[in-house]
Design a protein around this ligand. Sequence first.
Ligand code: ACO
Length: 339
Amino acid sequence: MNASDLTAGFNRGVRIAGTGSAVPDRVLSNHDLAKMMDTSDEWIQQRTGIRERRICDPEKGEGTLWLSEQAAALALEDAGLTGADVDLVIVATVTMEMTCPSTAARLAGKLGATPAGAFDITAACCGFMYALNLADSLIRVGRANRILIVGCDCMSSIIDYDDRSVSILFGDAAGSAVLEAVDDPTRGSVYQSLQADGRGWPSLYIPREASQIAAGDEDNPIKLGNLRMNGREVYKFAVTRFQRAIKDAFEKTGLEPDEFGAFICHQSNARIIESAVEKLGLPDEKVYVNIDRYGNSSAGSVGLCLDQMRKAGRIDESKPTMLVAFGGGMTWASSVWRH
Ligand code: ACO
């Protein structure tokens, strides 16, 4: 199916006007973790591909809002715009500092994006993808002309560093993009999926109270208010769903792996990405991997990759880009983006 068939019914499209990203300066390496808990650089690298991750320093005021602001300001600057030029601000996060007001409302206030609408969405590691697909749709139907999206998680604020099973995976980061309307409907997200299966929630969750602990997870020593994960379940789910989401995008668009200019995958575990590359025949050199340096930054990951690839000139804009993620919920989402 060609791009005009996929976007029939729309009379406008979307372009990425600018991107930005931010990570804290503080590095937490595998060697640092090995001094804090019973683990090793070798174990972590072999199982996950992670060498180090960045974590916020709350004493310096670093956190979700701070990271979001850095990334969003860079995205606006890249687009040659100011906050006043956007109609809507969407922040995807599971680490909002307050549930009211939203991170997006506070961010919009800081950026001078008034009276733009502002709200947060929660789709765990799929957050940036959910924001991207939603913003693309709102612009296509004419409800907005320019939308600032941010995927940001300060995972270190919900990690129990006394536990070795979850803490080694995550880092803090934000990725942002400014999306704007263009006349050509074949630009932007020409195919997208947004999906979830809430029955799998106990595999990855943050209970606030003891009554929320999932059956069978009562003996888990991770403290309340922190992320709990059934690593093996998530791994099984991720390998299957991630590959299915990519395959669906190939089938629905009729595009082959080598017709894409770049693959931007959520960075959860290098082995999960390697398995997709191998099983689906993805061109290795077009699949970006930065998990070695940043770990899994949840909603920050896809936007961070997008910005780093764009700025490094690693996105061939003459071809579509595939973006894909999965995460807590369980959720999964994809987008085939024509630049
Ligand atoms: N260091 C050393 N040993 C460890 C560590 C550690 N950090 N963590 C666990 N182990 C031990 C376990 O205790 C276990 O020991 P045992 O055999 O004596 O019981 C052994 O290592 C194997 O543990 P498993 O949990 O089976 O290890 P596995 O091979 O499954 O790897 C991992 C664990 C890396 C977490 C893997 O399951 C994984 O990547 N899962 C997917 C996680 C993921 O992608 N999460 C993000 C989802 S996205 C989102 O929305 C947040």
